[in-house]
Design a protein around this ligand. Sequence first.
Ligand SMILES: NC(=O)c1ccc[n+]([C@@H]2O[C@H](COP(=O)([O-])OP(=O)(O)OC[C@H]3O[C@@H](n4cnc5c(N)ncnc54)[C@H](O)[C@@H]3O)[C@@H](O)[C@H]2O)c1
Length: 526
Amino acid sequence: MLENVLEIGERPEDLVVYAARGKAARDWESYSRIVASLKGLGEDETLVVQSGKPVAVFPSSPEAPLVVMACGNVVGHYATAEYFDELCDRGLLMWGGLTAGDWQYIGFQGVLQGVYELLQAVVREHFGGSLAGRLVLTAGLGGMGSAQPLAIAMAGGKGIVVEVDPDKCARAYDRGHLASVTDDLDKALALIAGGEPGRVIGLVGNAAAVYGELADRGVVPDVVTDLTAAHDAVFGYCPVDYSLEEWKARRELDPAGVADRARRSMARQVEAMLKLKSGGSVVFECGNNLRVQAEAAGARKAFEIDGFAARYLRPLFCRGIGPFRWVALSGELSDLAELDRLVVEMSFRAEVEAWISLARVHVMTQGLPARSCWLGHGERSRFAVAVNELVGSGRLAGPVAFTRDHFDSGGMTHPHIGTEGMADGSDAISDWPILDALLLAASGADLVAVHAGGAGYAGYMQSAGVTIVADGSDAAGQRLRRGLDADSGLGVLRYADAGYTDAQSAAIGAGLGLRHEREERTWHVS
Ligand SMILES: NC(=O)c1ccc[n+]([C@@H]2O[C@H](COP(=O)([O-])OP(=O)(O)OC[C@H]3O[C@@H](n4cnc5c(N)ncnc54)[C@H](O)[C@@H]3O)[C@@H](O)[C@H]2O)c1
């Protein structure tokens, strides 16, 4: 999994996987020491990794995690973007993204279904269930952002994706995800106007400039969002008054100056998004801290833009439905096909079947064959245990790793992403992901990680990651059931505790909570 995240990462030569500077290991020496440690690791031992650097192997037990990690954690008062960067420069810390530092990244597919599910929720609420004929304006074609064109096309909409780097546009075009690439806004609009559903155009340009131009012209796209790496004002967002080359050169020489210009550009982009919103566009932030950065640079109304999780995805998280994923460690496409077949055969929900049919056709393989699939509490463990039996019976060519994005019901506290606007005001309480990690370790998950935000996410984020491998053994079956149920179960309980009735019903239905209170069939609200 470590090698896989680098193979499909954005800048493997720098150990960077995605999210501007999200790394898989602190440096190459740490990488080599991690690999050597993993190769010699016994079943009754645990490797400890601190921000991408191996610390030690301790004796544990066959029921304990093989790897535990903490990445990017700095105590509250010190958790600023500037101090975080200083600690990284001194070689003491690393930004591990969500799934880079704990080797769970599966390429753009990791966010593909998230964007797709988000668009589905948007069309259900605003467009009578269909995106056909609708225009989505967004930006960023990086590691995660490159999922956007395909998600828009799969949802049946049309799109313009603004990207400052022509190479990123070319990559998306070569993958077949863009119908055309141009640096001319008029041409992009003409191509969209005459195009069929599913047509997405890459527009080489700066989002701050293009969004402003569209707002000034009175062009009102149906949906407006953004997936530049806005959380990182130095390495993630190109200021509007810099060319790509100037940005790359100056961010090393003058990080503070670049950050200041980038934030002012983000404010300009957000002002344009607000103007488009008042013109009738459905506008939301997609989880990149754009509003925080823009507000810091003077966009006072930035938070009149909705956050995607609170506005559209929370009902799913209340049922423990979120970005679950599996990876065929054999590398065989036939294993992935068998897993696709099995998850459809298990008939969890119509949405799952629809997603798998689309994914089979549209999602290319990056690195080890993998599938993102938003399963819920109980569904995840039932599926994983069934897969473990397939591995045990020899019907698959190798073991299967089960994991998820940290942006999940139990996995993340981020007051401007997953836990924005919680019903009880518990947005910033990070006990939940920490409890999640502790519980996962207690349940014997193979890899457990506690991450905190770096760069512009510093001070805003705490999350937990987990990987459990189905190797076909009975012990693995027990670990999968315990670990996956604990993870999604705690997620449901987190929302139930906050007062969401959907989550309370889900918790009661699944028998979650304190054993002696289960019979009461009521919820104890704090
Ligand atoms: N919604 C989610 O669930 C989710 C999941 C993962 C990551 N994220 C966040 O999404 C963001 C993007 O992640 P990524 O992995 O794609 O980052 P990345 O660094 O790989 O890509 C960012 C892209 O934005 C482009 N860009 C920068 N400034 C621009 C500008 N002004 N105009 C147009 N294009 C510009 C860059 O050239 C680059 O291609 C990050 O902030 C990340 O933390 C969100």
